[in-house]
Design a protein around this ligand. Structure first.
Ligand code: URA
Ligand code: CA
Length: 441
């Protein structure tokens, strides 16, 4: 089989066979095809698309390119969750202990932040000593003992995806639904959980700007899960405005502690509970979503999930004293208040702009491998629909490096629009997708 024929066939809009897809992925992973040929194939997929069967084959070819985690030694139905990326999206730090506290094993594989979107591994780095580079046996042993373990995405999990993603990034082929869906699902499948819950974000601060694209992506991933025998469900949720109050690694750990203490921001709490209720339902631990939501609400309010968070931190070698004393987390030297220059209703809190501000302050990376400032970030005090007086606090900047503070102050005033029109709160959860399709909420 000539690789040139596979490229030509896709370029002309034909459907590839399993053998052709497997051959291509295998060859690329083993450095047997040059980047320019793979790039040409990716661009062909970008324009011609793939059938769901081709997409599932691509997913499994990438999943099988490295280590497939085997979690059968852990009893019960293991669940994993994944967000397509957002701003102030601290749900994993809340859900990991919360789901475990409900008795369901949560085997979570997490990544680092990319661009203005945060990543769980960076947030966990704010907890001194915590170890997320674990061997498969360490991961399983922690999971067996505590029902929760979080592992960093290692190079031997779906290495084909790592290589292809890097190429997509520089060849304008990221924004393709079959390529995104197979990329995400290959890693989730290789990570070993039985059930996968996806949080597909839509809006200004998300990969998908349009609802129809978010639904299409969610449906594609759910369908892949079905074809390869891993039950997958998706939530479509809004990322027009940041989900929680805190943007920045140390600040987000503090916010998670707040929520796990039964306090904290309502929107982040609600989305976490909603996602969690679906995870419990998928694990057959509750008869329906309502009971799941109520079960988890109790575990937040009686602080059992908080105790689980402490247990999880200790199990992975971290300093659990941060729970009772969050001042032990990295602290910023500079705190600057940003106040409203107008009186009126908050019309918009632009998640992409706010995320970029946090990145400028050092909370995220502008290029791969950049060192981040764990203490830097932004605390938002207002949400869309709130009424503010002139001079009222909109948000606080946390920084260690003075250089970008003035600039960020101006950018934040541009990101938070105040006007006289009364506006309603952002609808957070927009719908769910299972094998029956999209259902609006
Ligand atoms: N996240 C991924 O893991 N892959 C993509 O292609 C896009 C987002
Ligand atoms: Ca307010």
């Amino acid at each position: 089989m000539r690789l040139l024929d596979i490229i030509t066939k896709k370029r002309d809009g034909f459907v590839l066979t399993d053998l052709e897809i497997n051959t291509l992925i295998h060859a690329y992973t083993n450095d047997e095809i040059p980047d320019y040929q793979m790039a040409a194939w990716l661009m062909s997929v970008y324009f011609q698309g793939m059938t769901i069967e081709e997409t599932a084959t691509l997913t499994m070819a990438m999943a099988n390119s490295g280590n497939m985690m085997d979690l059968t030694a852990v009893p019960g139905i293991k669940v994993d969750k994944h967000s397509t990326g957002g701003v102030a999206d601290t749900t994993t730090l809340i859900l990991a202990p919360l789901i475990a506290a409900a008795g369901v094993p949560i085997a979570k594989m997490s990544g680092r932040g990319l661009g203005f979107t945060g990543g769980t591994l960076d947030k966990l780095d704010a907890i001194a000593g915590i170890k997320t580079t674990l061997s498969q046996s360490e991961f399983i042993s922690i999971l067996q003992k505590h029902n929760v373990a979080v592992i960093g995405q290692s190079i031997d999990i779906a290495p084909a995806d790592g290589k292809i993603y890097a190429l997509r990034d520089v060849t304008a082929t990221v924004e393709s639904i079959p390529l995104i869906a197979s990329s995400i699902m290959s890693k989730k499948i290789a990570a070993g959980a039985n059930k996968i819950l996806l949080d597909v974000k839509v809006g200004k601060g998300a990969f998908m700007k349009k609802m129809e694209d978010a639904i299409k992506l969610a449906e594609t991933m759910v369908h892949i899960g079905q074809l390869v025998g891993r039950e997958t469900r998706a939530i479509v949720s809004s990322m027009d405005e940041p989900l929680g109050q805190a943007i920045g690694n140390s600040l987000e750990v503090q916010e998670a502690i707040n929520i796990l203490s039964g306090r904290g921001e309502e929107s982040l709490r609600h989305v976490s509970l909603f996602l969690g209720a679906h995870m419990l339902h998928m694990a057959r631990a509750v008869p329906n979503i309502t009971v799941g939501y109520e079960t988890l609400t109790k575990l937040l309010d009686n602080k059992i999930a908080l105790a689980k968070f402490k247990e999880f931190i200790l199990a992975q070698g971290g300093n659990a004293n941060i729970i009772d004393n969050p001042n032990l987390l990295p602290q910023a030297k500079i705190k600057v208040k940003v106040v409203s220059t107008d009186r009126g209703f908050v019309q918009m809190v632009d998640a992409a702009k706010i995320g970029n501000c946090a990145m400028r302050l050092g909370a995220g990376r502008e290029y791969k491998g950049q060192k981040i400032d764990l203490a830097a970030g932004i605390m938002l005090e207002q949400r869309v629909g709130d009424f503010v007086e002139k001079g009222q606090l909109l948000c606080t900047i946390y920084a260690n490096d003075e250089r970008h503070v003035k600039e960020v102050q101006a950018l934040l005033l541009d990101a938070i629009k105040i006007g006289s029109d009364k506006v309603s709160k952002t609808k957070l959860v927009l719908g769910t997708v299972d094998i029956q399709g999209f259902q609006a909420i």
